[in-house]
Design a binder for this molecule. Sequence first.
Ligand code: ADP
Ligand code: MG
Length: 743
Amino acid sequence: MVEPCERKDDDETLTLTPASPISAIDRRLASRRMGAKSKGPPAAEVVADGLGIDSVGALLHHYPRSYIDRSEVDRIRDLKIGSQATVISRIKRVSRRQGRNRKAIVTVTLYDGTGYLDLLFFNQPWAANQYKEGMEVAASGVVAIYRGRLQLHKHEVEILRSGDDTVHSGRITPVHSVSEGISTRTLRELVFRALEQLPVLEDPLPASVVEAEALPSYDRAIRDIHFPREPEELARARDRLKFDELFVLELGVAFRKRRVETETVGVAHDAGGPLAAGLVGELPFELTGAQGRAIDEVRTAMQRSRPMNLLLQGDVGAGKTVVALAAALVAIDSGHQAAVMAPTEVLAAQHICSMTALLQRIGAVPFLERPETGASSQPSLLDDPTVTAPTMTFALLTGSVTGKRRARVIEAIADGSVDLVVGTHALVQEGVTFKDLSLAVIDEQHRFGVHQRIALKGKGVEPDVVIMTATPIPRTLALTYYGDLDVVVLDELPAGRRPVQTRVVRTAAQRRAAEEVIRTEVAAGRQAFVVCAAIDEDNRTQVKAAEVEAERLATEVFPDLRVDVLHGRMRSADKERRMEVFAAGESDVLISTTVIEVGVDVPNATVMLVENAERFGLAQLHQLRGRIGRSTLRSFCFLVDESEAGNGEAKARLQAMVATQDGFALADEDLRLRGEGTLFDVRQSGMPDLKLARLADDLGLVRRARAQAFETIDADPDLGDHPGLLEELRRRFQASIDWLFHS
Ligand code: ADP
Ligand code: MG
């Protein structure tokens, strides 16, 4: 019977606490060095410097990276080639020879009474000194056979000493990651001794939460994750500790959300104004049900006096622009200003373009085209009454608006004579001050972080915020890293949209067929995108490749078509002009780098060919493909795959693109293929790290933790009754403490 790792009750000097230094655990152990002759620093120092673990508490959270089940020991006779096995056996013989390259090979042969097993150590001459005949070892690895002899590959070997069996063998043995200078064995022993000496660990969670969620106690979970007696126990311990991580994350989210809602006063908008109503009445299309619901939700939230923080998620083409514009008009109807911030200049220009089309239907005028005199937007009695006076003004502010025009726009933002400003991060630069900003729309597209959000918010008193994302955020992320926001989803595409027919192109014949489709579509009056350089806009050779490719397509493949090229290194005026030319239908094929990835809206474009599609991530491919299929016309996407035959992940991505057009499904697949670290930079976000929890897998736990965290904050908004939790928040949110405590 294996003892659980309990504290030793008979010991009278239980002075160890989680705050104690590692050296307090066991002086003999903490000063242990690697190997007898080593002059290296003692273990305690190595643990502190190499692993960054400076306290007993930190050591307890250094969870094992794997486990070896030594409670299930194999007999050598029963070993199966190719399978993972653990053997506990005496060493029969140790031999050393010179291999090729004069490298030492040490062979340690085990004999357990049923058979022989070799452990080979290459280029580790010290092994011959460490392992001695007659010693008992526990060895785990993969069974192999070489020249008729059984071997254990990828082995982890430990010398067993009498008396420490309960620590290192006869149980599911933890393997903690270590740094140079300390062995797994020493580290494990440190953890074991620490747990023996620690009193029952105080549970950081409120008792009500532990009870409601039927969780094992914290003390139990910490002991079991390091030294589980059985797999079920380990699973329960892991879930409990995952829950703790997610709970603290959600607690921070709830804490901030509640604080922002109560401490800050926003603008209580009047949602019944003429501009917003006019827009809906004048649209050239019917709103989808989802758009209607989203506009209603935004209006309701804007009417409240507490600031709105709303995440508007909608797949590409779902029609987010109209929702954003409706929100902007509610702000302007109520006498305030609105801003729309886009991640790139091309996108900002595109936004202003498509918004202009809608705004002009309700009599709005571009600020810079307004006559300079008569700055008042009130209709004058002297004016011809049949001419509708301008109801509102709007302007673009990006890096390409320069000189006198820029000065005029900035002045108008400051004195309130422009109502709606669309721009890039130029909007949050110094020198730009809004007179009375009450709505900020941030077209995030995964390009802005938490900090830019804050920067734009700082521009007004406490504006309402809509964050638009076209790359659907997996549900777990929406619930965690964006968890302080209210989420509205546009889960319906405008009527009549047809799925984009997507194909992977691998052969020359398939390529010719794709080019033929481009030709046919152009002949029918449609347009095509060819996306060239992969990802890296800064890479000159790739931009050059786009130009060379443009040249080739223009002269060799489509000499009869109007081919234009667009890339990130062009002057923005140049980019804009070419975009306009294409949008106006005056060029047929637009060859471009990924600058067209976001937002670009040319409904007449029905074909896209993506070169080197294997180099793109799923989210980016989905964004790119979203540029077509934006009308009731049939459309086609060709993904040219030039990857190596063995690149399974690239193939899986392209296959996913062919299989579905559902952005949520693709986002989940992306998360699965790449892991959350790459999809959303947790470190950059300043949010606490997750050691055990995996957002992709733990949706159920995320939901439970979130519900409990919000309940806790509802009952105790400033955590005055939970000082321990508050301290934990401060510690875990260190990198984003401002986000937590300030607006
Ligand atoms: P996204 O969500 O990708 O930003 P947009 O707002 O750019 O989508 O809209 C995509 C296209 O669909 C635009 O050309 C827009 O005019 C059009 N559109 C938006 N809503 C509707 C609708 N309800 N019915 C038809 N077309 C719509
Ligand atoms: Mg858009």
